[in-house]
Ligand binder design. Structure first.
Ligand code: SF4
Ligand code: SF4
Length: 479
C-alpha cells in the first residue's frame, strides 16, 4: 500500500486479490508454508504435483501444464537459459519413477478465479463428499488398484473440474466426412506436400498473392505462420482468408502465445465460412526471442494440448469451454507441431501421443535432416500404437547457405543437422543453394518410403520459387 494511493495494487498471477474468509486464508498460508520450500509452490490453485512426479510444472516460464514446448532440450530452457527445462526434468523423473502414464492425462488450464488460493480446501471438501471414513479405510486396503481407486475418487475431481473432464484416452474425430480438402487427400492415401508462406511485414498483399499463386497448383495446402519468432507480421488469419479467396487450401496456425481461451474460441467459430478448414495449434515462440521492447513474458493462458482439447470438444461435442452448448458447432481438421529431435525420441513421442489423444489429427514436424533419427521417433510412435491415428507431415527445408545451416543447427531448438550435411553445404560455397536442394531431394526420397509418413511439409524460408522445382524433381506432383 502506498501513502498516496491507500489501496492495494492489482496483484499479479499467483497472488490472491479477493476477500476471503480467515479460515481459508489460514489454509492458504499453511499450504504455501509447506509446499513453498518443498516444491517452489506459487499457489496456482489447481495442484498437479501428483501428475508431474512431484515437480511443480508452474516453474516453466510459459506456465505449460501438459508437457514441454518445442524449444525444450535436455540442457536448458530456451526462455530462461539459466535453468533446466522443467518439463524435461518432469519427464525424466516420471520415467525413472515408473509414473509416465500419469503424464498422459490432459490437464486443464488454470481457473484464474482460483489462482493464488489453496488446493487443500478442495481436497478436504471432496473427502467429505466421498465420505471421510470411506477414504481413510480405502487407504488401508490391501490391493494397490483398490487403494488407487479410492485415492482417485478424491483427487481426480479436484484436478479435473466438470468444465474440463480431461483423460488419457484417444478421442477419434466425431465426424465422418472430411472437414477439409487436405484431410480428404490424406484419408485417400495420397502422399501430400504442403508448404508455408511467411506473412508479409507490411500491409501490401501483392507479393503475398503472387506467392500463393506460385505454390497453389503444386501443394495440397499452404500454412501461414503466426508471427514466428514473436515478430509481428500480417496475421495468419488474414493470409488464410486471402488464400481461401484465391481457391487455395489454407492451414491456419494459431499460437497460444497470442491467444487467451476466449480469443481462441472466438477466432475459430465461423472460420469455415471464409474457407479455413485446417487449424494448426502451437504454443508459439516466446517473446523473449522477439524484438524489443519485449512483449509480456507472463505465463500463457492455455497450452497447445489444451487448445486441441478445447477445439475438439467445440467441434465434436458442440460445447464452449464454459459448458455452453452451440447450435451450429464449427468443423475443422486439427493439427499440432511435433519435434522428433528436441530430446530423447521416447520423451518426444510421449509429448506427441498426448497431443493426438487431445485431438491432433495431423502432426507437422520440425525440420528433419537425419532420417535415422526420424526412424527412432517413428518407432516410439509405433510402439505406442498411435501411427495409425494421425497423419504425419515431415518438415523439410532446402538449406540456402552455410550461414543458414549453422544458424538452424545452433540456434533453433529441436533442429539437428548432421555434420556431413553441414560439410557438404560448406564445401559447395557459392553453389550452396543448389546443394541444399539436392540434399532436400535426397531426404524426401528416403523419408517418403518410411511407414507412418503421410507427406512432406516444405519450408523454404521465403524462397517460394523453389517449391515447384523440388516437388517436380522429387516426383511428387499433386493430383
Ligand atoms: S502445481 Fe500449483 S499448487 Fe502445485 S506446487 Fe505447483 S504452483 Fe503449487
Ligand atoms: S523449454 Fe519450454 S517447456 Fe521447457 S521450461 Fe522452458 S518454456 Fe517451459
Amino acid at each position: 500500500m502506498s501513502l498516496f494511493t491507500p489501496s492495494r495494487r492489482w496483484q499479479p498471477a499467483f497472488y490472491p486479490f479477493k476477500k476471503e474468509k480467515f479460515s481459508l486464508r489460514l489454509l492458504e498460508k499453511t499450504e504455501l508454508l509447506v509446499k513453498g520450500p518443498l516444491f517452489g509452490c506459487r499457489m496456482c490453485g489447481n495442484c498437479l504435483l501428483q501428475e508431474t512426479a512431484f515437480i511443480c510444472c508452474m516453474e516453466c516460464p510459459k506456465g505449460l501444464r501438459n508437457g514441454p514446448c518445442g524449444g525444450a532440450t535436455p540442457e536448458k530452457c530456451y526462455v530462461d537459459e539459466t535453468r533446466k527445462c522443467i518439463w524435461y526434468c518432469i519427464y525424466d523423473k516420471s520415467v525413472r519413477m515408473g509414473r509416465e502414464e500419469r503424464l498422459m492425462e490432459v490437464l486443464p488450464p488454470l481457473d484464474w478465479d482460483k489462482v493464488g488460493t489453496e488446493t487443500w480446501g478442495d481436497v478436504v471438501r471432496q473427502i467429505k463428499k466421498v465420505g471421510t471414513s470411506f477414504f481413510i479405510k480405502g487407504l488401508f486396503k490391501k490391493s494397490l488398484p483398490e487403494r488407487r481407486e479410492v485415492w482417485e475418487s478424491v483427487f481426480r475431481p479436484v484436478r479435473q473440474p466438470d468444465w474440463w473432464k480431461g483423460d488419457s484416452d484417444y478421442h477419434p474425430p466425431g465426424y465422418s466426412e472430411p472437414a477439409s480438402e487436405l484431410e480428404k487427400k490424406l484419408r485417400n492415401g495420397e502422399f501430400v506436400v504442403t508448404t508455408e508462406i511467411i506473412p508479409p511485414l507490411h500491409a501490401d498483399i501483392k507479393r503475398l498473392k503472387e506467392n500463393i499463386e506460385l505454390v497453389k497448383p503444386h501443394v495440397a495446402a499452404i500454412n501461414f505462420t503466426d508471427s514466428s519468432s514473436a515478430f509481428p507480421r500480417m496475421s495468419a488469419f488474414t493470409c488464410c482468408t486471402i488464400a481461401a479467396g484465391m481457391n487455395a487450401e489454407p492451414v491456419l496456425q494459431i499460437t497460444a502465445r497470442d491467444n487467451t481461451r476466449t480469443g481462441l474460441q472466438s477466432r475459430v467459430i465461423g472460420a469455415e465460412n471464409l474457407g479455413i478448414h485446417n487449424i494448426l495449434c502451437i504454443s508459439g515462440d516466446s517473446p523473449r526471442i522477439g524484438p524489443a521492447p519485449k512483449s509480456s513474458m507472463e505465463i500463457l493462458d492455455i497450452d497447445s494440448v489444451q487448445m486441441l482439447w478445447i477445439l475438439r470438444r467445440m467441434r465434436d461435442d458442440g460445447i464452449y469451454l464454459d459448458g455452453r452448448q452451440m447450435k451450429h458447432p464449427p468443423k475443422f481438421f486439427l493439427g499440432a507441431a511435433a519435434s522428433p529431435f528436441a530430446s530423447e525420441p521416447h520423451f518426444q513421442a510421449m509429448r506427441e501421443h498426448k497431443k493426438i489423444n487431445a485431438g491432433a489429427q495431423f502432426l507437422q514436424t520440425n525440420l528433419v535432416f537425419d532420417p535415422d533419427g526420424l526412424d527412432r521417433w517413428l518407432e516410439q510412435l509405433y510402439k505406442k500404437d498411435i501411427l495409425g491415428k494421425v497423419f504425419i507431415l515431415v518438415g523439410i527445408a532446402p538449406l540456402r547457405s552455410i550461414k543458414v545451416a549453422l544458424h538452424l543447427n545452433q540456434e533453433i531448438p529441436g533442429v539437428t543437422i548432421p555434420e556431413k550435411i553441414i560439410n557438404r553445404i560448406e564445401r559447395a560455397g557459392d553453389n550452396a543453394h543448389e546443394e541444399g536442394i539436392t540434399i532436400a531431394l535426397e531426404l524426401i526420397d528416403t523419408i517418403r518410403k518410411k511407414q507412418g509418413v503421410n507427406g512432406i511439409h516444405l519450408m523454404t524460408f521465403g524462397c517460394e520459387s523453389t517449391v515447384q522445382r523440388i516437388i517436380d524433381d522429387a516426383g511428387l506432383k499433386q493430383q
